[in-house]
Design a protein around this ligand. Structure first.
Ligand code: AMP
Length: 299
């Protein structure tokens, strides 16, 4: 089942208390697509600059990701720099250089317009909406966002929320968007803004899903050797949406299982820089960790 994703392809500079990595392949759509490719065929819509390495596009294609919607524009690829505190949950954005992403006018290729499952990965909400409007009859659309857009593009984000079925955001972003400090109240407030489902991520404390017909909560998969949490949210979304697309269903039971798959793909992501570990795991490793997570949360 194809799964359309629109978002960033990036080069990231990451600093942790142990290590620094420069110009690592990243981006919201990259992490999402690599995680989702285990379950479905991601169709990637995004933009890169002329400096984007051909080997990185081939690496994505080799994982079964359809990159025909990736445009190459004159200029530099989106770049982001972040630093983590020792607790891993505190992240500081050092810089965001939009570069070619600043004037990105998303064009969803004709062949992608019938996609039933759509993920609007982290990007300016007007770009997300512009892309979504080109999809003919999406069955289930979920969007991600972040503090930067809540801060500088709140009205556009509120408009986007009228057109999506689900929103994924982290605890800090949920508080910022709704003004509620209690996370359940914040999630309930999001549901009043348009989406029928909200997923609230709480870093190493897991995630919960709240919707009109579903309420489900999960801890993160316990990882002792975290290397770099960048992309954890996007790879969670990739496992979540990939599983939903593979089942061609967004019924409550499917959504709950999708939460487990998302938790598992995110856990592989944090075990390496960039897509090093996430890209190295396949369905057997994912299924093994899924069973393990299930046994951790079952009586
Ligand atoms: P996550 O850790 O899941 O929040 O995702 C981190 C990824 O998102 C990095 O690879 C960045 O390149 C990308 N990113 C950071 N800031 C933005 C932004 N403002 N818009 C879109 N993507 C971003």
């Amino acid at each position: 089942m194809p799964l359309l994703v629109i978002g960033t392809l990036a080069y990231d500079t990451i600093e942790t208390v142990h290590e620094k990595r420069q110009e690592a392949l990243g981006g919201s759509a990259t992490y999402f697509a690599v995680a989702a490719a285990n379950f479905a065929t991601p169709r990637l819509v995004g933009v890169v600059g002329t400096d984007f390495k051909a080997e990185h596009l081939s690496a994505l294609r080799a994982r079964g990701i359809d990159c025909d919607g990736v445009e190459v524009a004159e200029g530099k690829t989106f770049r982001w720099g972040g630093r983590y505190e020792a607790d891993w949950n505190t992240r500081h954005t050092i810089f965001t250089d939009l570069n070619v992403f600043e004037h990105f006018d998303p064009k969803v290729p004709e062949a992608y317009r019938g996609s039933r499952y759509v993920f609007l990965a982290n990007a300016h909400p007007s770009i997300q909406l512009k892309a979504l409007k080109q999809v003919e009859e999406p069955e289930f659309t979920v969007a991600d966002t972040m503090n930067l857009w809540i801060d500088i593009a709140r009205d556009e984000l509120l408009e986007l929320l009228q057109h999506v079925d689900g929103l994924i955001l982290n605890d800090e972003e949920a508080r910022m968007l709704t003004g509620e400090s209690n996370l359940i109240r914040a999630a309930q407030r999001v549901l009043k803004l348009g989406p029928s489902k909200v997923i609230l991520k709480k870093g190493e404390h897991g995630a919960f899903l709240l919707g009109d017909d579903v309420h489900f909560s999960l801890p993160a998969y316990p990882i002792e050797d975290v290397i770099d949490p960048t992309g954890a949210g996007d790879s969670f979304a990739g496992g979540f949406m990939g599983y939903i697309a593979s089942q061609d269903s967004h019924a409550p039971g499917t959504l709950k299982r999708a939460m487990l798959y998302g938790t598992v793909t995110a856990s592989f992501c944090v075990q390496g820089f960039s897509i090093d570990q996430l890209g190295a795991c396949g369905m057997p490793e994912i299924e093994e960790r899924y069973r393990d997570l299930l046994s951790i949360v079952s009586l």
